[in-house]
Design a protein around this ligand. Structure first.
Ligand code: ATP
Length: 318
C-alpha cells in the first residue's frame, strides 16, 4: 500500500479566524539525500534534495495583541535575537503584508530544535508562525499562498509547512511529494555543542571542490526514492547521502568520531544532517534506536541525544 502525500492536506486547520491562543507544533527536517550542484549566478547552489520531517519539535503560540512581540524559552535563549531579524517576526510581517492586515500578535516560541544545527529550526519556526497567524488573523489564504510567502523567507520553509517526505529542487524551495510506503523510520539524533553556519559549510564545499579534495557529488536520488517505496531500513540506510557532509567534517573534524560511534554500535547509516553539526543515525526499529542512543550518550561526545521517527506532518495547529 502506498501513501500519497498531497499538498493542502491540512487546509482544515486554516479555516476561519480563531479568538483564543493558537498553538502550532512544527518538526525539524533532515535530508535523506542532499545533492549540491554548482553555485548559480544568483548566489544559490542548485539543490536536489529529499526532505524528511522528524519528531523533534518547536512550538509557536500566537495570541491577539496590540503590537507584534516575541518571547521564547528553551534552546537558544539569550543567543537568538527576538527582533526584526528573527524569522518568526519576518514571517509575521510577510503574512500581514500579503493579507493586508495589521501585524499585531503576541508570539511565544518553545524551542527544542538547536540553533544552526542543520535541522532547519529557524525555517520551522517561520512555517509555524505562518500557520498560527493565518488562523489567528483569519486571513483566508490557502496553503499554496502560504507556501509562496514561505519561499520568500527561506529555502526550507515551504517544506516545513507540509512535512512528510518530499523532493526539493531549485534552491530547495520547490517541493513535491514523494510516494513512500506508509512506514515509520526510526532515527537517533545527536546534538553537538555550538552550531555551524550554513553559508560557511557551502563555502567550504566550494573551496574543496575547487581544490579537488571533495568527494564525487552524489548520483541521482533514484535509489533513495526506490528505497522509500520498500519497507527495509537497511535498503534505506544504504541509499542515504549528503554532499555537505565532507565540508561539515572538514570544519568540525570531531564529528567523524560521533559518526564512528554510530557505525560501531550498528547504525544502518550514520550521517551529518544538512549542514551539520547535528548527526543522525538510522535504526532498524525503536529498540535498536534505544541501543544506539545509549552508545552515543555513553561516548560523551554529544551535547544531547534523542530518539525520533519520521515522517511526521509539517506545521500544524494542536
Ligand atoms: P538551515 O540549514 O536552514 O540554515 P540550521 O538548522 O543550520 O538551518 P537555524 O537554526 O535554522 O539553522 O538558523 C540559522 C540562523 O538563522 C541562526 O543562527 C539565526 O541567526 C537565524 N535565525 C533567525 N530566526 C531564527 C529562529 N527563529 N530560530 C533559529 N534561528 C533563527
Amino acid at each position: 500500500m502506498t501513501e500519497a502525500w498531497t499538498l493542502g492536506d491540512d487546509d482544515d486547520d486554516l479555516a476561519g479566524a480563531l479568538s483564543g491562543p493558537v498553538r502550532v507544533r512544527v518538526p525539524a527536517k533532515i535530508n535523506l539525500h542532499l545533492g549540491v550542484g554548482p553555485l548559480r549566478s544568483d548566489g544559490y547552489h542548485e539543490l536536489h534534495t529529499v526532505y524528511h520531517a522528524i519528531s523533534v519539535y518547536d512550538e509557536v503560540t500566537a495570541r491577539a495583541g496590540d503590537t507584534l512581540s516575541l518571547t521564547m524559552q528553551g534552546e537558544g535563549v539569550g543567543e537568538l535575537e527576538l527582533d526584526d531579524s528573527n524569522l518568526i517576526i519576518r514571517a509575521a510581517h510577510a503574512l500581514a503584508a500579503t493579507a493586508k492586515v495589521p501585524a499585531q500578535a503576541r508570539l511565544h516560541l518553545r524551542k527544542t530544535i538547536p540553533l544552526a544545527g542543520g535541522l532547519a529550526g529557524g525555517s520551522a519556526d517561520a512555517a509555524a508562525t505562518l500557520v498560527a497567524l493565518d488562523a489567528l488573523w483569519g486571513t483566508g489564504l490557502g496553503r499554496d499562498e502560504l507556501a509562496r510567502i514561505a519561499a520568500t523567507l527561506g529555502s526550507d520553509v515551504p517544506f516545513l509547512l507540509y512535512g512528510g517526505t518530499a523532493l526539493g529542487t531549485g534552491h530547495g524551495e520547490a517541493v513535491s511529494p514523494v510516494l513512500a510506503r506508509a512506514n515509520r523510520w526510526h532515527w537517533v539524533v545527536a546534538f553537538a555543542d555550538g552550531g555551524l553556519s550554513t553559508p560557511r559549510v557551502y563555502g567550504e564545499l566550494d573551496r574543496m571542490r575547487a581544490a579537488g579534495t571533495a568527494p564525487a557529488p552524489l548520483n541521482s536520488s533514484d535509489d533513495l526514492l526506490s528505497a522509500l517505496r520498500q519497507r527495509d531500513p537497511a535498503v534505506l540506510g544504504a541509499a542515504l547521502g549528503n554532499d555537505l557532509q565532507a565540508a561539515a567534517l572538514s570544519l568540525r573534524p570531531a564529528l567523524a568520531d560521533t559518526l564512528d560511534v554510530g557505525d560501531k554500535a550498528g547504525a544502518l547509516a550514520s550521517l551529518v544532517s544538512g549542514s551539520g553539526p547535528t548527526c543522525v543515525f538510522l535504526a532498524r526499529d525503536e529498540a535498536h534506536g534505544a541501543d544506539l542512543a545509549q552508545a552515543l550518550r555513553e561516548s560523551g561526545l554529544c551535547r544531547g541525544v534523542q530518539q525520533a521517527y519520521g515522517a511526521v506532518h509539517g506545521a500544524r495547529i494542536g
